[in-house]
Design a protein around this ligand. Structure first.
Ligand code: ZN
Ligand code: ZN
Length: 327
């Protein structure tokens, strides 16, 4: 294929992720500059803050949209589409897919397929985002640019393929983020005339509400691929290098209990003790009380027991160490 055609196709795939993907080499793990351009543009757009300034409304909007979409990624893309830890109806399922897609982390089926692969091959050579195999930066921002990571592995998400609406969102994965850009800009312009006291406008709300918010959201999410496999404590001796980390759990609304999650990916809750703050789970619990979702899968009794035994053992060994030190 000619160089020009390769470039044209790569650009086309920014909008249609299934445009002539048959020839893509699923073993090619080279970093692709062309594919990463929209991602770089997303970061550069944040510099627009120099021209648009700031208002309290724009900052709070950015924070609110961050939290909503982090919840959508962790609660829906991860705990629903990847792990099926609860049930819902088809209408809400579509809403969850759209909310998740607004995070600009590609479609729900692509995300779920990759994540299922990660659990099956965690920190093995073919885990595409393992910091212990390919280094920190690759696991954080490199892996998703390569050809091997691009296509949705349909074998891994057969359970979702029967929903044409999900396949559509997954194929045209830029649609929802682009719609957000227009809506947020429009909202800012409307507020500039309808509520001038807020001190915001289209460009300002767009930079804060979409670009800055999305960049923080991206780095928060992928910190689970990169940092949560090297920084923190290991309660369970899993076959991977996953860790539990309180700070990451706060940033990602509960995903920082990553060692717990690798030990038992099938429960809706990832904080296994009461003090392991898991905001996504609290949100899912509220949604279940509202009747929007149901059948939240609990932490099984044998995993609870294992958790308590580990913690008891750790406590007594640290007490022993302190006594030895004092003697
Ligand atoms: Zn992991
Ligand atoms: Zn998972």
């Amino acid at each position: 294929m000619s160089q020009t055609k390769t470039i044209a196709l790569s650009i086309l795939r920014w909008f249609d992720s299934e445009a002539q993907t048959d020839h893509l080499d699923s073993t090619n793990t080279d970093f692709s500059w062309l594919r990463v351009l929209p991602f770089i543009a997303l970061h550069l757009a944040c510099l627009g803050v120099i021209w648009v300034g700031v208002s309290a409304f724009a900052v709070w909007f950015a924070v609110g949209f961050f939290v909503l979409r982090m919840f959508a990624i962790t609660g829906f893309y991860h705990r629903y589409f990847a792990h099926k830890t609860f049930k819902t109806n088809r209408g809400w399922q579509l809403v969850f897919a759209i909310l998740g897609a607004s995070a600009a982390q590609r479609g729900p089926l692509w995300w779920a397929a990759h994540h299922r692969h990660h659990h099956q091959h965690s920190d093995e050579p073919n885990d595409l985002h393992s910091p212990t195999q390919q280094g920190f930066w690759w696991s954080h921002v490199g892996w998703f640019t390569c050809d091997a990571a691009f296509k949705t592995d349909e074998k891994r998400i057969k359970d979702w393929m029967k929903f044409p609406e999900l396949r559509f969102i997954n194929r045209y994965d830029a649609l929802v983020p682009l719609a957000c850009i227009f809506i947020i800009y429009g909202l800012g312009e409307v507020l500039a005339t309808a509520a001038p006291g807020l001190g915001t406008n289209g460009p300002q709300l767009l930079i804060w509400g979409f670009f800055i918010s999305t960049v923080f959201l991206f780095h928060g999410t992928v910190s689970i691929n990169s940092l949560a496999h090297v920084w923190g404590k290991r309660r369970f001796d899993t076959d991977d290098s996953s860790r539990n980390n309180f700070i990451l759990a706060l940033i990602t609304l509960g995903e920082g209990w990553h060692n717990n999650h690798h030990r038992w990916p099938g429960s809706a809750r990832q904080g296994f003790r009461w003090w392991e703050v898991d905001i996504t789970f609290y949100g899912l619990w509220v949604l279940s009380k509202l009747g929007i979702i149901y059948d939240l899968k609990p932490i099984p009794a044998h995993i609870r027991k294992e958790t308590l035994e580990h913690d008891r053992r750790r406590k007594s060994s640290s007490r022993q160490a302190a006594e030895d030190h004092n003697e």
